[in-house]
Design a protein around this ligand. Structure first.
Ligand code: MEV
Length: 324
């Protein structure tokens, strides 16, 4: 009899470069260690089952909105010659769905890691990202890959599409990030398509914004290295204004950004695809983070998270190692 195994993966926050990353510009993203998803594979007498907050039943009966997960599991079982295996996958997630926090990518990564572990097959990080992207391509259309790269990373990353992502020197170790959920579902595929259409129809206005978001990511990389919180904050706010002009902000996200800055944040922006989802604000202390989070909840945020940057410093690790 096989043994029950588990694997996890994290929520992600894009600090800089959402959308421009689709066009080959760099982005900076962080795993949120305290907001994670866990996949457990449990032996079963017969059948293949999924238990989660959205679905409880046979994997082949997964609903249309979970088609990416169904294809992912089928793909893995075929690749590992395990199409007749019997098991239950139990998903326990703290990540809100469709809020720009990488819920679908994190679920895909956790399932992939757990199934490979269950069938005693090693998996490299590159292979993990390729396989998990099977799900992302179905769920999000044409993803850059930043979500799967971040949710499977142990540290903040510098990400360029089709390149190996690198660990970034992240020296803002005393600051805090406040994350606020606008309560409105983000719409990744719609937001990415809107910008693609606008790039054709209004290239003169849209192209410079995309290019500048790429420059901002480069400036932010240096500011993070130098621990220049003020500049990082200003670059976040400028990014938000660019994303607003690209058409992917909402009045609620704009209000959250303004309120955060009026209450002492270094800067703030939407994070992820936008058109809903979450806003992030950079603040100097835990007290200030609590204050800004309270203000945002009073203003309608459905959830808030406070992330300390204490554990985000540079660590040495071999990115090609197999994953446990
Ligand atoms: C979504 O988390 C980030 C986007 O840039 C899309 C992508 O890169 O796949 C909006």
């Amino acid at each position: 009899m096989k043994k029950t195994v588990s694997a996890n993966s994290f929520a992600k926050i894009i600090l800089f470069g959402e959308h421009s990353v689709v066009y080959g510009h760099p982005a900076i993203a962080l795993p949120l260690y305290s907001v994670d998803v866990n996949a457990t594979v449990i032996p079963a007498n017969s059948g293949q089952w999924l238990r989660s907050r959205y679905f409880d039943g046979e994997i082949q009966q997964l609903s249309e909105n979970l088609l990416g997960i169904k294809r992912l599991i089928n793909w893995i079982l075929t690749t590992l010659n395990q199409t007749n295996a019997s098991f239950t996958i139990q998903i326990d997630s703290k990540i809100p769905a469709e809020r720009g926090m990488g819920s679908s990518a994190a679920t895909a990564v956790a399932i992939t890691k757990a199934l490979f572990k269950y069938f005693d097959k090693p998996i490299s990080r590159d292979n993990l990202l390729q396989i998990a992207n099977v799900e992302e391509q179905i769920t999000h259309g044409n993803p850059s890959g930043i979500d799967t790269a971040t949710v499977s990373s142990e540290h903040p990353i510098w990400f360029v599409k089709h390149q190996e992502n690198e660990q970034i020197e992240f020296n803002l170790t005393t600051d805090y990030l406040v994350i606020a959920d606008s309560g409105i579902k983000g719409k990744t595929a719609e937001a990415v398509n809107l910008i693609a259409d606008n790039l054709i129809d209004e290239a003169d206005e849209i192209q410079p914004l995309i290019t500048d978001l790429g420059h901002i990511a480069h400036q932010a990389k240096t500011a993070l290295q130098r621990a220049d919180s003020k500049l990082v904050g200003e670059l976040m706010t400028t990014s938000h204004h660019h994303l607003n002009r690209l058409g992917v902000s909402t009045p609620v996200l704009d209000k959250f950004v303004d309120l955060s800055i009026a209450n002492g944040a270094y800067g703030a922006k939407l994070t992820g695809s936008g058109m809903g989802g979450c806003m992030i604000a950079l603040v100097a202390s835990s007290q200030q983070a609590q204050h800004v989070a309270n203000i945002l909840r009073d203003a309608g945020a459905t959830s808030t998270w406070i992330q300390s940057f204490k554990n985000y410093g540079y660590t040495v690790e071999d990115a090609d190692d197999n994953i446990g």
